[in-house]
Ligand binder design. Structure first.
Ligand code: HAM
Length: 424
């Protein structure tokens, strides 16, 4: 049975197959993201991976709608796997916002599904850290989000020259378009053309722009100007105050593909521009109103950071930490008569918070020892009959080979490193 193209298998380390992904690396990323998000005062939420199809056809825009994994369920409902989190967030907030003080600062780590053409950095399933601030129109919210994005990337070990955040504004592009007589109903088409400039030939872009009455040369001049609007200046000032201005540059080549963005938009890229976007987001002040039929009219901004490009980049920069399996102790059972007493002790140590494993069935000593090594055990333990019918444990610290015999009551302290593991 083959895995579907564009989907991934995650294995425990060491990953045995060249096309396998590391479960420990995935968990390492998630743990890091959660820690940084909490430091920024964001709270975690989640929603279902399957939503009504309408949630996406309403406001996300054509590009993502063409990539939906959608079908009719057995009840005849048109449903879709989630391709992004923002519509789910808007639905949750519209239903519950009266119960939360504003601004709402929430994050999530959903798995998302898009039927995309498979290429470097793009799969048909990925995990995406999402952070959004709802109910705050001030550009301080946009700056807070960009600061969070920078610290998420720095938290993975990336330094200032490894990545940059390109900041732009749909407001700036809207003014540009309208000043040149662009029709409001063609505005999204215009953004789509600008969004694809870096991936389309200049001749093709010029032809597409021509059909909207816009000259390619003027677009290039506007991008080259890189003059921040007042709104963008305020975001830059905020980032300056955070001490993070150096990570961000004004870059009007960014406009974002999704339909709902209304104001400042940004994307993060690797410093050499060799990978696809690591993250992207922006302000979407009308989405909640549109999705709630006017019930919840709240400004919002946020971003999504994907695990696929980030992992490629961390690998390239050799920033993936060693992710070996680790176990506090592996219990060797050589005398089967001591198995019940061993299980008791295994259980007590696990209850005390240690990770402990043991052979489930009788096995030769060398096999047991090899298993201890494979599981990354720090210590091996073995019960032995002591004096006067008591049992004692032989504790071995595998790295130093230090060994000692200890009464059961002292094992926890030895594993914690509170007592020397060698008597000598
Ligand atoms: P997005 O730009 O579509 O934004 O996705 C954000 C990031 O997710 C991308 O920069 C990329 O790293 C990753 N990503 C997207 N599609 C794929 C794929 N097929 N394979 C691998 N990685 C992928 C959004 O989804 C917005 N909803 C983000 C947002 C949140 N805006 C406001 N709040």
């Amino acid at each position: 049975m083959e895995r579907l193209p564009g989907f991934r298998d995650f294995y425990p380390e060491p990953v045995p197959l060249s096309d396998g992904w590391s479960m420990e690396l995935r968990q390492h990323l998630f743990d890091g993201w959660r820690a940084v998000a909490r430091r920024y005062g964001f709270r975690e939420y989640d929603g279902p991976p399957l939503e009504t199809l309408e949630l996406y056809t309403a406001k996300s825009g054509d590009e993502i709608v063409h990539q939906l994994y959608h079908f009719d369920d057995k009840g005849g409902r048109a449903v879709s796997l989630r391709p992004e989190m923002t519509p789910t967030l808007a639905r949750l907030v519209a239903a519950s916002e009266r119960h939360y003080k504003k601004p709402i600062k929430w994050y999530a780590i959903p798995q998302l599904f898009r039927y995309e053409r498979q290429q470097k950095g793009r799969l048909r399933e990925h995990f995406q850290f999402n952070a959004d601030i709802v109910g705050e129109p001030d550009p301080a919210a946009d700056a807070e989000l960009i600061a969070l994005l920078i610290d998420l990337l720095r938290g993975c070990g990336l330094a200032a020259d490894d990545f940059r955040v390109r900041l732009s504004s749909r407001n700036a592009w809207r003014d540009f378009f309208r000043q040149r007589g662009g029709q409001p109903e063609r505005e999204y088409d215009f953004y789509q053309i600008v969004d694809k400039l870096e991936r389309t030939s200049p001749e093709e872009s010029a032809r597409q722009l021509d059909s909207l009455g816009i000259s390619f040369g003027e677009i290039q001049d506007f991008i080259r100007s890189a003059q921040p609007t007042d709104e963008l200046s305020r975001i830059l000032d905020g980032l300056e105050a955070h001490g993070l201005r150096g990570f961000v540059q004004i870059d009007y080549a960014i406009v974002r593909g999704l339909a709902y963005y209304t104001g400042p938009v940004f994307e993060a890229f690797d410093g050499k521009g060799r990978f696809r976007a690591i993250a992207g987001g922006g302000r979407y002040d009308h989405l909640l109103r549109l999705m709630s039929g006017g019930r919840a009219d709240l400004p919002a901004a946020g971003f999504g950071l994907g695990d696929v490009v980030l992992t490629e980049l961390l690998r390239e920069r050799q920033l993936v930490p060693p992710l070996r399996p680790a176990l506090d102790a592996f219990f060797l059972i050589e005398d089967q008569a001591l198995r019940p007493a061993t299980l008791r002790m295994v259980h007590d140590l696990r209850a005390a918070g240690f990770s402990v494993d043991y052979p489930l069935s009788q096995a030769k000593s060398d096999k047991q020892f090899k298993r201890a090594l494979e599981l990354g055990a720090i210590h091996t333990l073995r019960l032995e009959p002591g004096s006067a019918g008591a049992v004692v444990a032989r504790v071995k610290h595998l790295a130093s080979r230090a060994e000692r015999i200890a009464p059961a009551a002292e094992i926890a302290a030895i594993l914690r490193g509170a007592l020397p593991s060698s008597t000598g």
